[in-house]
Design a protein around this ligand. Structure first.
Ligand code: ADP
Length: 447
């Protein structure tokens, strides 16, 4: 087992990883930018090192500084968390060159998954259902028009190296496609460094359902259930659940088998997520593989009793997954609410500033993953996630009423947050019925 791990991240996920390390008896080294000098992850770790000024590209994305911090503090391994460098194969390669273990899959798997159009091609070759589309990148507008004619409108243009719900454009017709195609290419270049795009049929009102995979370094792979992430705004997840609602036993089982097949087909290692869209006829399609811990991992932890960060660390240190039951038992229902520093009444604009006072809910079935506290100033430099309210109930109904109770207790004074917005979702009868899809927010709440 590792003696000391460097955590190459900040915010709630840095705190979450420190907690897992502590329970495993592993020392923690934190890194921080000057904007985060008063952040709680620094206090909770054994040692911390400043890796640069506030802009991410000079600190949390600076591989040289992070590797140097790990080397001088004599760490054995680096945990990347999510975001920042978590899906950058260069961090894994630099770890190898410096005798450090990267807690995640090898660089070749990260690279393949990061190139979404390539990953889709590989999945298709392994007979995993994919959305009708261009099978690789599209170079010219003429090719785009030809493919769109073949698969039928509406279509969606997606950035091959995109992520975080960004870099997608929906085209209802030929005219939309003509105007959007060059824009999508240049946006993809400016946001993700590479201007490659591909085309897919746009599925109307799909559900986003993803499967958590755990694989050790000895060829053992298991799936520990699914998460429903259909409550989204602008293709970004806001509220996640486990297990998925209104999913037939047969479809769940088949999707799980395909998720395992997807992972096996690329010899997957460590933790990963296989994402699918499910249409109104319960037909499902692979969309992508995420090679890191997901923001929404706690809902899986709440219904399985597993600690997924510990699993990541154990696997990276060379342990097998023999202790995991072959068929994981899902107990009750869990929900995660992303509490963001955004103003729901003002187009969700980011809201930095000082938290004058905060009160975190508690009681049965409540878990809060956060780094905020009273008198903490939220920096404008990083993403807006303040806290994750994770709620467990014996049934979905109990989880919903407990969530309403917890959201009513939750107080963050001084900045605007998404707490009132989550209350609106929970008040919807449609949401309570479980008939949700990725357009729920705009159709039901008109946002
Ligand atoms: P990212 O990696 O940026 O999160 P994904 O490919 O995982 O991108 O897609 C994010 C979300 O975008 C999905 O959950 C879904 O809501 C929407 N989406 C993506 N592809 C399609 C599609 N072909 N049809 C309809 N919605 C889609």
């Amino acid at each position: 087992m590792f003696k000391r791990i460097l955590i190459a991240n900040r915010g709630e996920i840095a705190v979450r990883i420190i907690r897992a390390c502590r329970e495993l008896g592993i020392e923690c080294v934190s890194v921080y930018s000057t904007a985060d000098k008063d952040s709680i992850h620094i206090n909770l770790s054994d040692r911390s090192i400043c890796i640069g000024p506030p802009p991410s590209n000079k600190s949390y994305l600076n591989i040289n500084n992070i590797i140097s911090a790990a080397v001088v503090t004599k760490c054995d391994a680096i945990h990347p968390g999510y975001g920042f460098l978590a899906e950058n194969p260069k961090l894994e390669e630099s770890c190898n060159e410096n005798d450090l273990t990267f807690i995640g899959p090898p660089a070749d798997i990260i690279s393949l998954a990061g190139n979404k159009s390539k990953a889709i091609k590989v999945m298709k070759a392994h007979k995993i259902p994919v959305i009708p589309g261009s099978e690789g990148n599209i170079e010219s507008i003429n090719d785009a028009l030809r493919f769109a004619k073949k698969i039928g409108y509406p279509v969606i243009i997606k950035a091959s190296f995109g992520g975080g719900g960004k870099g997608m454009r929906i085209c209802k017709n030929k005219k939309d496609l003509r105007s959007s195609f060059p824009l999508a290419k240049s946006e993809s270049k400016s946001s993700f460094g590479i201007g490659e795009v591909y085309l897919e049929k746009y599925i109307s009102k799909p559900r986003h359902i993803e499967f958590q995979i755990i694989a050790d370094n000895f060829g053992n792979i298991t799936c520990v259930g699914e998460r429903e992430c259909s409550i989204q705004r602008r293709h970004q997840k806001l509220l996640e659940e486990a297990p998925a609602t209104n999913l037939s036993v047969k479809t769940r089982k088949t999707m799980q088998e395909f998720a395992l097949r997807a992972a096996r087909s690329i010899n997957y290692k460590n933790l990963g997520t296989i994402e699918f869209l499910l249409d109104e006829n319960e037909k499902f399609y692979f969309i992508e593989i995420n090679t890191r811990i997901q923001v929404e991992h706690p809902v899986t932890e709440m219904v399985t009793g597993l600690d997924l960060i510990k699993e990541q660390i154990n696997i990276a240190s060379g342990k097998n997954i023999a202790h995991l039951p072959k068929n994981i038992k899902v107990n009750g229902h869990a929900m995660e609410f992303r509490i963001n520093a955004e103003d729901p009444d003002n187009n969700f604009s980011p809201n930095s500033g000082k938290i004058i006072n905060c009160f975190l809910p508690g009681g049965p079935g409540i878990r809060i993953d956060t780094y905020i506290h009273s008198n903490y100033s939220i920096s404008p430099f990083y993403d807006s996630l303040l806290a994750k309210l994770v709620v467990w109930g014996n049934t979905r109904q109990e989880a919903i009423s407990r969530s309403i109770r917890a959201l009513n207790e939750f107080k963050i004074d001084g900045i605007k947050t998404t707490i009132p917005f989550h209350k609106k979702i929970l008040n919807s009868d449609l949401y309570k019925s479980g008939n949700i899809h990725t357009h729920f927010i705009e159709e039901e709440l008109g946002i």
